[in-house]
Write a protein that binds this ligand. Structure first.
Ligand code: NAD
Length: 486
């Protein structure tokens, strides 16, 4: 029913509206390669309306000046509604991204409601006025929301990104304009229905669906936005940073990664294989922080590779809505061509295929964008060892000493997340601290508890990230009040 109308409209100023141009975009089911819906395709004009609506809502004070406990209560109502609509939100992301529905149901959607509640609670506990000691002065600092905060998201975790991304901004009292990815807008639009139902005032949350170079570019350079948060590729992140720099708008960039996992020879091979094959096939490898460089101690290399190949070959690849599916298709034909292109270039540069991977035909779903997992090895300079592929492809790099492992990991231009696998806790901590990134896991990968910041560096981003208390203060503008005592 939700997908049935001619097209799904955008949500601006509390109303469901068409794009000013009347343009629409097709939404494709990657599991079948067929259109499942159409959405409005906004551009600069619609972005202008949305920023105006968010500005009006901010200035009205209905949200920004609302008593913090009432605001937190509205966010908790939204969290309850997300829980109540967990099944449909999970199904929408499964249809839109191709991911196994159970992954969205078990992980992505509950993370949204948990995060909304976390920032609602934190906003109530955070002191907005703090006394400051300054001899001869009466001083305090206080924090205010910025105003209109802009968000641009990628397609890999649609509902999780919008829900967890805007949670701290909303809890701080800002209003938001969101541009979801053109490939996967469905759950973000559905989320707005829940925003409405939760009684969050009109204009506090606005969504403009549309293309990156039109709607996205217009949002990032709009002079009315007071903060920008971008999640996506480093290439587009640089454009966003440039646009924000011109208007002196603070910007948070959460970008790509080329995460490594260092496995020492004292660690149980079976457990490491399970952890890393799960990591590289989760969301079909379209996961920014996942482990795609497997740095394996030479003493366990053969055993590790044999078990990893067997495990990857046994993964059930299929349609996302089928309960037995462990790995779905890639999100689009464009993404499939990107992954296949990397496999070809990697081989041309001399990478050896431990498991070939490549295009896959899934019976009954012939039009879908499926690939099977690949495992490569060779020089650390190979394109597949250096660049983010964003698919189910891992690159094996053997090592013999701790120092060599650290150097292999830190060769990367990225700095998002890595992991170290060993039973020696002292070594685990020493190596984890030596790996340059926002997060180093020990004996795990892609396991991010709520409340933990993760400040990516290098090509992986800037301006902080993760779900710590810092993310709330990121959306609060500090101001000092100073009175000389004379
Ligand atoms: P992308 O950069 O191509 O697109 C991201 C968003 O930017 C989309 O909404 C797109 O429409 C928009 N966009 C594109 N061109 C634009 C422009 N010129 N101006 C403004 N907006 C524009 O990335 P993608 O392919 O959607 O996503 C994959 C990338 O996202 C990967 O690099 C992945 O690692 C990264 N990612 C990072 C995180 C993180 O938290 N660090 C999380 C998820 C994904």
């Amino acid at each position: 029913m939700y997908l049935a109308p001619d097209h799904i409209k955008m949500f601006v100023g509390g109303e469901w509206t068409d794009a000013d141009s009347g343009a629409t975009l097709d939404v494709i089911d990657p599991g079948e390669g067929k259109r499942i819906a159409r959405v409005s395709s906004g551009d600069a004009s619609d972005i202008g309306r949305a920023v105006d609506a968010a500005q009006d809502a901010f200035r009205s004070g209905l949200w920004s000046k609302m008593d913090v406990k009432s605001r937190a209560a509205a966010i908790r109502r939204l969290a309850d509604l997300v829980d109540d609509h967990r099944t449909i939100l999970a199904q929408l992301d499964s249809l839109d991204v191709g991911k196994p529905v159970w992954q969205a149901y078990d992980a992505d959607v509950p993370n949204v409601s948990r995060t909304l509640r976390y920032y609602a609670d934190l906003s109530v506990q955070t002191q907005s006025r703090v006394p400051i000691t300054a001899s001869g002065y009466d001083v305090h600092s206080f924090r205010e929301p910025y105003g209109v905060c802009a968000f641009i998201f990628p397609w890999n975790y649609p509902v999780e990104l919008i829900g967890t991304g805007i949670a701290p901004a909303l809890a701080a009292g800002n209003t938001v304009v969101v541009k979801p990815a053109e490939d996967t807008p469905l759950s973000s639009l559905y989320f707005c229905k829940l925003v409405q139902k939760a009684g969050i005032p009109d204009g506090v949350v606005n969504i403009v669906t549309g293309l990156g170079h039109t709607a996205g570019a217009a949002l990032s350079k709009h002079p009315g936005i007071k903060r920008m948060s971008f999640t996506g590729s480093p290439e587009v992140g640089k454009l966003i940073g440039e646009a924000c720099g011109r208007n002196l708008v603070p910007v948070k960039l959460e970008l790509g990664g080329k995460g490594a996992a260092v496995v020492f020879d004292d660690f149980d091979v079976g457990s490491a294989v399970k952890g890393l094959t799960d990591a590289v096939t989760a969301n079909s490898g379209q996961l920014c922080c996942t482990a795609t460089r497997w740095v394996i101690h030479e003493k366990i290399l053969d055993q590790f590779v044999k078990q990893a190949v067997e495990t990857l070959q046994s993964i059930k690849i299929g349609y996302g809505l089928e309960p037995s599916t462990q790995m779905g298709p890639l999100v689009s034909e464009k993404q499939r061509q990107r992954v296949l292109g990397y496999l070809k270039r990697g081989e041309e540069e001399g990478a050896r295929k431990l498991l070939a991977g490549g295009p896959l035909r899934v019976p009954g779903h012939e039009g879908g964008f499926y690939v099977s997992p690949a495992l490569l090895t060779g020089s650390p300079e190979n394109v597949c060892a250096r660049e983010e592929i964003f698919g189910p492809v891992a690159y094996v790099l053997p090592f013999s000493s701790e120092q060599e492992a650290i150097e292999l990991v830190n060769m990367s231009n990225y700095g998002l997340a890595n992991s170290v696998w060993t039973n020696d806790l002292e070594r685990a901590n020493r190596v984890a601290e030596s790996l340059t990134a926002g997060t180093s896991w020990i004996n795990a990968h892609n396991d991010s508890p709520l409340g933990v910041p993760s400040a990516a560096c290098n090509l992986s981003g800037m301006g902080g990230g993760g779900s710590g208390p810092e993310a709330l203060t990121d959306y609060l503008r500090p101001q000092s009040i100073v009175r000389p005592l004379r």
